[in-house]
Design a protein. Structure first.
Length: 547
């Protein structure tokens, strides 16, 4: 035990040794850009804005370097980053596991079909598993469809709550309290998530062989998609998450995250410790998962990540409007964590998990402010050293996308065989990187608007039905949603160009997506672009190539 604690301390010090320099690089470079000519209010504001976003850059760099090193050096990276003492049980499966899909007004036919396929894959251990649909559906047509579908699938248990109390967290906890008494573990799935039988067995074996663990989160990747937007997004997300999750799992050990689905939990400690408190104003916590992970760790139980992607998938939003809506729901939930940082019973690493979840979104206002301050400074005649400004832009690109870039390098060094070879993979990486530059610029003002919508006194967001079907986005819809982004981009680039066309060019990789937000939303939903990408195998996932 003492050896394990010493090992984890060494890992966390290594993480800090990488994260701190990674967080300081961009502010140091910006200082060099701004220092000539003396300091004023605009320059000081720009530097403070970048300092405020620096922790997220440091996290990305540290996770990227650690994840890349582990994936290059370890024979089995996922096993290598398990907490000390944790190991899959090599023996037979003895625990009983409930596999539950939480739904609310979803296309129930697809859910039942996926659950039935998983049940068939686990037929050899049929007495060890139970399968359930956990419904919070409240729309009359969806209720009727669920009743008909479940009547035709008697081997799958079905429970529908009349009231969506506690949202998804309340749905799962009510099931564990009232319907899971004969089970030891529970695998939690969302309506759009899929797990293979082998992936479920892996999770069960890890909990069986690691009695100090209460929850194991499986790395989850996007399912193959035909539409251009999710196709490009999940190609890059898969790369970035592979490296990020590996590096993060290595230093966090048994104080890891929970992402709410595609995970297994030990029922007894989860029921004992994961009943969520209300927020100080009486509202319900929206983003339950990280809080539950922190509560388990505070109670002395371990939470960790199985950092392998095989057999664990989810579906990504089909177009930009749905992506922005999902991001806004996550933001509203994560920013609630500021009320919970002082909650008693949490370990320090659990509080850090909540802070890290907020950092994902909290830099958006600072990024938008930095762009506007730079535009004002440029329009006012501020001169900047050209070579230093170019260095700052290149460093920003390298640090902001370090997990993704190192993951692309990792795959390329291995020949990118699962992706159809290096050339096909390189085409996908280039296309996705350009896509990400545009998308990330658009998401900054989207998050600012979402923060405004989540201010105290506004109506609390809920857990509603989501559109998962591919669709086109019209020019009118895109303009209504994205005119603020376009206006911000036009104002910012007008100010930059007035001072220096070079300044505007240097800002294009960082903020150019604002200028094309409306056509970007339309184009990435068009069947023509989707067909063009598919026909050439661009951004194809390994599952698509293996078909």
């Amino acid at each position: 035990m003492r050896h394990g604690r010493g090992m984890m301390l060494a890992r966390r010090l290594t993480f800090l040794a990488l994260a701190l320099p990674g967080a300081l690089v961009l502010p140091w470079l910006l200082w060099g850009v701004l220092a000539p000519g003396g300091w004023g209010v605009l320059k000081a504001g720009m530097l403070l804005c970048l300092v405020g976003t620096a922790p997220w850059f440091g996290l990305g760099v540290a996770h990227a370097v650690l994840g890349f090193a582990i994936r290059r050096l370890a024979r089995d990276p996922a096993r290598a980053v398990l907490p000390p003492g944790a190991s899959p049980d090599p023996g037979p499966i003895t625990a009983r596991t409930a596999i539950g899909v939480a739904v609310r007004n979803e296309a129930i036919g697809e859910v039942v079909a996926a659950l039935a396929a998983l049940r068939e894959g686990l037929a050899a251990e049929a007495d060890r598993f139970g399968f359930f649909v956990l419904s919070d559906t409240d729309e009359a047509a969806a209720i009727g469809a669920e009743a008909a579908a479940m009547a035709a699938a008697p081997a799958i248990g079905y429970r529908r709550r009349a009231v969506n109390a506690g949202f998804k967290a309340g749905n799962v906890m009510e099931f564990l309290d009232r319907h899971a008494g004969e089970f030891d573990f529970a695998v939690v799935l969302d309506a759009d998530s899929r797990m293979s039988a082998d992936a479920v067995r892996r999770l069960v074996r890890i909990l069986q062989g690691s009695p100090s663990l209460a929850l194991v989160q499986h790395l989850t990747v996007g399912r193959p998609a035909a539409a251009a937007f999710p196709r490009l997004f999940q190609f890059g997300m898969r790369a970035g998450m592979r490296i990020w999750a590996t590096g993060q799992a290595w230093w966090q050990g048994d104080a890891g995250p929970f992402w709410g689905h595609n995970a297994i939990l030990r029922i007894a400690p989860f029921r004992a410790h994961c009943r969520l408190p209300a927020l100080p104003d009486g509202r319900t916590i929206l983003s339950h998962d990280q809080v539950e992970a922190a509560l388990l760790r505070g109670a002395g139980w371990g939470v960790c990540v199985w950092a392998a992607e095989e057999g664990s998938q989810e579906e990504n939003p089909p177009a930009l409007p749905e992506f922005i809506a999902r991001d806004a729901r996550w933001l509203a939930g994560n920013m609630q964590y500021r009320h919970l940082l002082g909650m008693p019973g949490l370990a320090a690493i659990g509080r850090w998990q909540l802070v890290q979840a907020m950092l994902l979104f909290s830099g958006a206002p600072l990024s938008c402010a930095l762009l506007l301050l730079a535009a004002l400074a440029a329009a006012g005649g501020m001169a900047v050293p050209r070579d230093r400004m170019l260095g700052l832009t290149l460093a920003w690109l390298a640090l902001a996308y370090a997990p993704k870039l190192l993951s692309y390098l990792d795959a390329g060094l291995d020949g990118a065989r699962p992706y159809g070879g290096r050339w096909r993979f390189a085409l996908g990486a280039v296309a996705e990187f350009g896509f990400s530059l545009l998308l990330d610029a658009i998401m900054q003002p989207s998050r600012v608007l979402a923060m405004a919508a989540a201010l105290p006194g506004r109506r609390q967001a809920g857990w509603g039905a989501q559109n998962r079907a591919a669709r086109g986005v019209g020019w009118g819809e895109a303009a209504r949603l994205l005119w603020p982004h376009t206006l911000l981009g036009a104002v910012a680039f007008a100010g930059l160009a007035r001072g220096s066309w070079l300044a505007a060019l240097w800002a294009l990789p960082v903020a150019g997506g604002l200028l094309v937000a409306i056509p970007f939303a339309v184009a990435t939903s068009r069947p023509a672009l989707s067909d063009w990408l598919r026909a050439r195998g661009i951004a194809a996932l390994p599952e698509e190539i293996r078909r």
